[in-house]
Design a protein. Sequence first.
Length: 94
Amino acid sequence: MSKCVYVNITKINNVLSENIKIYPNPVGDILNISFENLENSVINITDIYGRKIYEQNIYESQNAIDVYSFQNGIYILTIRNNSGFVRTLKFVKN
């Protein structure tokens, strides 16, 4: 008889997400992104329909993105690095 082991990784994701901050949210003009240990990553922003609005390579732990020209609405920000780390966050543009 085999035994199943269930692992809950929710707490790991919460710890990692605490190291990534986007602010202000909602945002008007400039979206600030700060994180630890994710330099040399790529930021993608898509609208709620999955259309890519923005992409940028990032090399520093503090970044500012001008979202002034984005239409008001909900956007998805995805950060990916070469190690396979992916984090997705939602923000609102007002």
